[in-house]
Design a protein. Structure first.
Length: 247
């Protein structure tokens, strides 16, 4: 195996040397930059605040504290649900995460790969991360496939086992990331979350609404609000504007 890895490594170096002689180092440089960008996005999404609901936010309701948070002044007959775990008032679409031990705004899911929740603050960056990761995987799969030599020889498997296993692993991860990205983009275009989609019948504000999805404002506005809005959204405004029944 060491000889095989060394042969692949030296083969890769020789290929880079040939590309350097031909002045074709732009593509390998772009690929390396994409890999670095993917790594940085991973740490950014995994370490950033996904939209934790903080206890101090309910002290001065109706005021903007300069943190990009929209605090909603609700009518007196509408009460926000208080979380039974961390005892904060949950904005609509928030959910308590048992792994993070926090309530998360516009909770989508807890990602074990990131070891962090995907919520209203980091969800757009999560989509960017998936997109970059998909490009890296497709490019890596193309490189692995192009490196295979399809020649009838007894030693073919021995010389190509590393690239073949790499290609199969990349193919599996590519399918997973592609399906994940497509499903998230579909849910975003409908302005719903993975949690709401999977637990629609158990969520009170969806179960009691006259509309199937009271937050859907059309594909264009849904995408604009998701990717371009700099402030957290007071979803109660949209909900009670479209539905006359209180939760």
């Amino acid at each position: 195996h060491k000889e095989l890895l060394l042969s692949v490594f030296y083969g890769y170096l020789s290929d880079l040397q040939k590309q350097e002689e031909r002045g074709e180092l732009l593509q390998p440089l772009i690929f390396v930059l994409l890999v670095l960008c993917s790594i940085l996005l991973y740490f950014k999404v995994s370490l950033m605040d996904p939209g934790f609901v903080k206890p101090e936010e309910e002290v001065k309701e109706g005021e903007d504290k300069g943190q990009g948070v929209v605090i909603l002044q609700l009518p007196g007959d509408i009460k926000l649900r208080r979380c039974g775990y961390c005892l904060v008032k949950q904005p609509m679409r928030a959910k308590h995460c048992q792994q993070c031990q926090h309530c998360v705004r516009r909770y989508d899911h807890h990602c074990p790969w990131l070891e962090n929740c995907v919520g209203e603050r980091n969800h757009p960056l999560f989509i960017v991360y998936l997109s970059v990761q998909l490009v890296v995987l497709l490019w890596g799969g193309h490189v692995a496939w192009s490196g295979l030599y399809f020649e009838q020889s007894r030693e073919w498997l021995q010389h190509n086992i590393f690239l073949l296993v790499s290609f199969l692993l990349i193919l599996i991860f590519t399918i997973v990331v592609l399906l994940l990205l497509v499903s998230h983009l579909y849910l975003i275009s409908c302005n719903t979350t993975t949690w709401e989609f999977m637990s629609h019948h158990r969520i009170s504000y969806l179960r009691h609404s006259q509309l199937e999805n009271p937050f859907d404002q059309g594909i264009i506005l849904n995408l604009w609000r998701f990717f371009c809005s700099r402030h957290l959204t007071a979803w109660e405004n949209i909900y009670f504007h479209k539905s006359s029944e209180p939760v």
